[in-house]
Design a protein around this ligand. Structure first.
Ligand code: F6P
Length: 320
């Protein structure tokens, strides 16, 4: 058997399609028979598995989301359904998996490996950038560019109408998107779960700036702080500037992958096939300090991600 099945699992993100395309093409180049699993873990159980051809993955490079679709499957926790998934793979001569997704998907496949010995390579993909061991997850740059474009637009109306805007960005518990967006969009305030914030100090700073002529305010909050509503009322009532809230929501998850996400997808996909060829059994592809490599799953799953300390140094003052 030399089949490699490629699947996406968990929250979708831009860059998944380029990764699928490259994994299929590179796996074939390396003498494997590539397969596609549709609908994530659910499709593994329900046998939505087809041999892939170049045609099946052509014309997808510029598309956001995942052409394979994705799901979060509760049934996969049940050994009975994992056995069903294993039998589907066996029948087709598939003995390796590449999963493009997040921490939860990696853990699920690690259990699958423990049960049935099917090696897998994981490619980190989530806009949240909250996977331990890697500086970068697929989809982050595309999400940041969508946020940047939205906040640039909001700045136009904020400055024209002398208002404050609170913009809530995604990230689940992680403040990465908020920190980078606040810096790249020139926000005055940024609240993230990882940095203690002090509204009293922020108030003193903003009042002083307003007295010196500041005409509008941009404040970014990470969804993980759950502070968007409160901050909106607080700026409106306490600072005394009319304030609107924009929750960007799922628009951040879509969009055509940026050049960075396409290139990162290629690098990760090649690394994944190479890792499996080198005998890796449950490795996660990572990009750290400018180099590509892989880490054993235990160094990634259940571990706490670390954000670049330089980001805190730069954005820290926006929380006080
Ligand atoms: O993990 C990606 C993400 O978009 C988070 O930023 C967000 O908290 C969550 O998924 C939203 O989940 P759902 O798409 O299930 O609403």
């Amino acid at each position: 058997a030399n089949g490699i099945a490629i699947m996406t699992s968990g929250g979708d993100s831009a860059g998944m399609n380029p990764a699928i395309k490259c994994a299929v093409e590179y796996a074939a180049q390396r003498g494997h028979e590539p397969f596609l699993v549709y609908d994530g873990l659910r499709g593994l159980i329900d046998d939505k598995i087809v041999p892939s051809t170049r045609e099946l993955v052509s014309g997808i490079m510029h598309r956001g989301g995942t052409m394979l679709r994705s799901s979060r499957s509760k049934r996969f926790f049940d050994l009975k359904f994992r056995r069903q998934a294993y039998e589907n793979l066996q029948r087709r001569g598939i003995d390796k998996l590449i999963v493009i997704g997040g921490d939860g998907s990696f853990r699920a496949l690690n259990q699958f490996y423990a049960d049935f010995g099917i090696p897998f390579a994981g490619i980190p993909a989530t806009i949240d950038n909250d996977i331990a061991g890697t500086d970068y997850c697929l989809g982050v740059d595309t999400a940041l560019n969508i946020i940047r474009q939205s906040i640039d637009s909001i700045r136009d109306t904020a400055s024209s109408f002398s208002r404050a805007f609170v913009v809530e960005v995604m990230g689940r518990h992680c403040g990465y998107l908020a920190l980078v967006s606040a810096l790249s969009c020139g926000a005055e305030v940024c609240l993230v779960p990882e940095v203690p914030y002090d509204l009293d100090k922020i108030g003193i700073r903003l009042r002083k700036e307003i007295a010196e002529g500041r005409g509008y305010i941009l404040a970014i909050t990470a969804e993980g702080t759950k502070m968007a509503d409160y901050l909106t009322r607080w700026i409106n009532d306490t600072i005394g500037m009319e304030t609107r809230l924009t929750v960007l929501g799922h628009v951040q998850r879509g969009g055509s992958p940026t050049v960075l996400d396409r290139i990162m997808a290629y690098k990760f996909a090649v690394a994944a096939v190479d890792a499996l060829d080198a005998g890796a059994t449950n490795a996660i592809m990572v990009y750290r300090d400018g180099t590509y490599g892989s880490l054993p799953i235990d160094a990634v799953a259940h571990q706490q991600y670390k954000l670049d300390p330089a980001l805190f140094r730069l954005a820290g003052p926006l929380a006080t």
